[in-house]
Design a protein around this ligand. Structure first.
Ligand SMILES: *Cc1c(COP(=O)(O)O)cnc(C)c1O
Length: 395
């Protein structure tokens, strides 16, 4: 087969304002780190970059866990690595499901031969700890799993009570932190979380491609006591840990430049400081909500259960979902997300993640949305920008 190289143009996607469910905009410092020379994955320079990345990840997860590393793969690889290492065929695993990502967890548990105890909740709401208590009463789950920030609905999950239930049951507590990490408080050690995983492209604002994970000593003990080998060779932490630990034993070639990029993104987070970063996410979120409500639209999730970094806006009756999203993208370069599954056509998902979480983006988005809504035949009430600005001006 012949091809003409001239048919293939330079990559030049143009600028986008990423206000969807991820990826978020990537700071230029991170893109620069990505374009550093590629060096060997056992080069002493790279080994020290790996050590620093682990230190920065422990800070972000708020943990002392030695096994805190980025898995090579996106957030879903972190999810799969978490389950596949601590679940053996026949183990009972309780999974809370109130959105797409809890559903994905259940799918993984089924595929690897775990016995699934499914705890279902309404999409757009947090899971009630009492439902968990009831569901695990007659069972003996080895693991209780839940999503901290359900990106498909915008619901925030409190973790303390469910962590307590896991402790009472002697189960490992596994938490999806793909969207929460870097955008809201995450305290792995203090909350008693045994296994957590995340992704780089949400509130960490690094391109997609790595999945930070952290495993407690109790979780590592479970891995050591396995009777069957981990069904995934690539994600087997008993081998991967020897590469990230002192032995530096080759397992697979680390994505060198992605790790440089992650290290830089984490350095930016440390410079801002966790507390200021979380405050920024909360304030910009409140400004967005004030603008949305002033416009006459409403939020899908009740106030007490809302995530700061993923805002589900109810699509008003008679307004065409795709027309609006297409208008925002084509006219303003703004990407937002649509609803998934049962929420398809019912909500817009507006992300305020990491580097994308700015007052500039909120003001631009609100005026762009007003404009596009008008062309969609919906007349927004006035005052959105004023209401948002008032929140931003608060001390
Ligand atoms: C995005 C996301 C994932 C999956 O991550 P990918 O990087 O798309 O593989 C898992 N869980 C949650 C909560 C997410 O938001």
């Amino acid at each position: 087969m012949n091809i003409n190289p001239a048919d293939f143009r330079d990559i030049d996607p143009g600028e986008r304002i990423l206000m969807g469910p991820g990826p978020s905009n990537v700071p230029s410092r991170v893109l620069q780190a990505l374009s550093a020379p590629c060096i060997g994955h056992l080069d002493p320079y790279f080994l020290s970059a790996m050590d620093e990345t682990q230190k920065l990840l422990r800070y972000l997860f708020q943990t002392e866990n030695p096994l805190t590393i980025p898995i090579s793969g996106t957030g879903s690889a972190g999810m799969e690595a978490s389950f596949v290492n601590i679940v053996e065929p026949g183990d009972e695993v309780a999974v809370c499901v109130n959105g797409v990502f809890g559903t994905r967890m259940s799918d993984i548990v089924n595929r690897i031969g775990g016995r699934l105890i499914k705890i279902e909740g309404e999409w757009g709401r947090a899971i009630d700890p009492e439902d968990v208590r009831r569901a695990v009463k007659e069972h003996d789950p080895e693991v209780i799993a839940i999503v901290h920030a359900e990106t498909s609905t915008g619901a925030r999950q409190p973790l303390e009570d469910i962590s307590g239930i896991a402790k009472e049951k002697g189960a490992l507590f596994l938490v999806d932190m793909v969207t929460s990490l870097g955008g809201m408080e995450v305290t792995v050690d203090r909350t008693g979380i045994d296994v957590a995983y995340s992704g780089t492209q949400k509130c960490i604002s690094c391109p997609p491609g790595l999945a930070p994970i952290t495993f407690s000593k109790k979780a590592m003990d479970k891995i050591e006591k396995r009777k069957t080998p981990c069904v995934s060779w690539y994600l087997d932490l008993s081998m991967i840990k020897s590469y990230w630990g002192d032995e530096r034993k080759y397992h697979h070639t680390a994505p060198v430049n992605m790790i440089f990029a992650l290290r830089e993104a984490l350095r930016i987070i440390a410079e801002e400081g966790l507390e200021s970063r979380f405050k920024r996410h909360m304030k910009i979120h409140r400004a967005l909500v004030a603008g949305i409500e002033a416009m006459g639209l409403s939020m899908y999730v009740p106030e007490a259960e809302r995530l700061p970094m993923l805002n589900a806006v109810t699509i008003p009756d008679g307004v065409d979902d795709l027309f609006v999203r297409k208008g925002l993208l084509e006219k303003y370069g703004i990407e937002i997300g649509g609803g998934l599954g049962p929420l398809g056509g019912k909500i817009w998902r507006v992300g305020l993640m990491g580097h994308s979480c700015t007052s500039r983006n909120v003001l631009l988005f609100l005026s762009a949305l007003e404009d596009v809504l008008r062309s969609a035949g919906f007349k927004p009430a006035g005052g959105a920008l004023e209401s948002a600005s008032e929140v931003m001006a608060e001390k």
